[in-house]
Write a protein that binds this ligand. Sequence first.
Ligand code: OVM
Length: 402
Amino acid sequence: MLTADHPRSAAPILTDDPFGREVLTDPLPFHERLREAGRVAYLPQYDLFAMGRYDDVHASLTDWQTFQSAAGVGMSNFRKEKPWRPPSLLLEADPPHHDAPRAVLEEILSPRRLRHLHAQWLADAEVLVDEILDRGELDGAHDIADVFPLRVFPDAVGLRQDGRENLLPYGDHTFNSFGPPNALVQKGQDHLGMTSAWIAAQCGREALAATGFGADIWAAADRGDITHEMAPLIVRSLLTAGVDTTVHGLSAVIHAFVEHPDQWDRLRAQPGLARVAFDEAVRLESPVQTFFRTTTRDLDIDGVVIPDSQKVLLVLAAANRDPRHWVDPDRFDLSRDPSGHVGFGMGIHQCVGQHVARLEAEAVLTAMARRIRRVDAVGPAVRHQNNTLRGWKSIPIQVVPV
Ligand code: OVM
């Protein structure tokens, strides 16, 4: 095994580009090389370290003192480079600054506070399924996964109607920006000024409806749980992380069922498995493939020294298919217990919107399972390309009613 030419390290070297077209098109071979290389590998192209084994990714996500987020969770090191936008108060913050925004948003998005949305979202999903059945042939990515979050989430936040078409491009660009400044980031620069301005304009109290997640955030500022200066940035987090992620999570579970018709039969027989199915798809596909952390000290991992202030790429997707942790990891299997997957992260930054995502997925899958007997592919599915997200641009399907 080659060793890195890093002065204080002896990590196995991987020459893969995790953000190159080859890996983004089919990341699984890279994930296996990364796991098999050792507990940590060095990627000379970007001068960064990477981890892909479940135990190590899990341990790093949980150890926020050693693997900090405030220096950015993308490739850019905020200790050395200026962030492209004011850092997120949640994603790109460490305790103690992280704690108040996190506590506020966690309460607003808690299962108890979401309960009142359940019936409405199921009714919305049933309308969508009616429309789907009328068409017969459709695109599972475009007509289901893109559509449903955009119908329910902006209303739940309390956004105005016009301009909502900015949400997906803004999220997509943000997730591209966690990678290197490659062509995918370049592509987003043209409309970024307009899109960012629209997003910023929706974060103020006056732009938001009197009820909804947005108003709840401003009410928390009035109570003094956070400052009024923090409120718009916390609303921004909802608009950044709340749509593309669920879109790609939904496309993952739709694609998984197209590929595993036996599991669709199982869901129809037992619709209560909808939530398990969604989490199993999040494990299998990892809609958020990677996040970085930055070391706060020199650390030694089995003789491999990672110096202080180094970027470490945590490959959530590799951990979610690590055969050291999962039995038959490449199988989409509703009889598995997927809990413990790191598709939503782990530790203090674990996805604060996960209950919203699960409620959306439960609504869509429950409505589909009641009315749709089969979901058949009628053409090849086409991948969406993003430096961080993995999902589908197109899943051509035919739906057969019960
Ligand atoms: C944020 C944010 C942005 C992107 C992703 C994310 C997955 C959060 O602005 O807080 O979490």
